[in-house]
Design a binder for this molecule. Sequence first.
Ligand code: LIP
Length: 268
Amino acid sequence: MSTSPSLGSQLRQIAESLAREAGDMALRGRKSGPLTATTKSSPIDMVTQFDKASEAMITEGLATLRPDDSIIGEEGAAKKGTSSITWHIDPIDGTTNFYFDLPMWAVSIGAVDEHGPLAGAVYVPALGEMFSGARSEGATMNEVPISVRANHDIADALVCTGYSYLISEREVHAKRVANIVMKVRDLRRFGAAAVDLCFVASGRLDVYFEEHLNSWDLIAGQVIATEAGAIITDYVGNPVTPSQVLASTPGVHADFIRLIAASGPGTS
Ligand code: LIP
């Protein structure tokens, strides 16, 4: 007797296929002609024609495949649907990297239901890597199961962070990071939150922490990292929100919370 795929599995497939289509379009466009960039929340927060084209492609796809769902997108997509599913879309996460032709940018598409993040895909076109996951169904990279790195030693931890586009919000974080970098193996700043979460999920990083994100930066990576065995909370161990994200392999999570507390006040 055949069983039909779960809703999470169906939404994961949709997220994968739309992320791949939009990401490949953006990669081809990036390689073939000039970029048109304008700025948003600050003079260094950019949006290109491919952020907008990617979001349009994804929302059109969802309108066909999931016409009753709600949508929230970084470039303005906002639709109130009638189903229990809301899609959170970052059409290009890591736009600065995209602009500078650095490979660390992704299309991030996550679906939330009444219980929280249900399914998501993060596609990194320049690396040819598709991360995806669904609640209780595991996480994969290019269809191979992934899991967090086994590490219990904070001094051995490879840590990644990110900085807000708002300079006023960077000061506290910069001081905190200056303390933390002396207590861990090393620190990275790749510039795309969704990719950072997937790198924790796949064991390429032990810890990722950042403040002042938006839901479209978080949801898809959250379900992927959680399914890969990561713990995701805010900086004091409460349920994560986009305003404060700490994702890590379980063995260093409590120690990293203590390290953040010892490294200066938060801004949230
Ligand atoms: C960006 C993040 C990045 C973070 C920035 C910004 P965008 O998303 O992924 O890691 O540090 O503040 O939110 O704007 O490139 O989609």
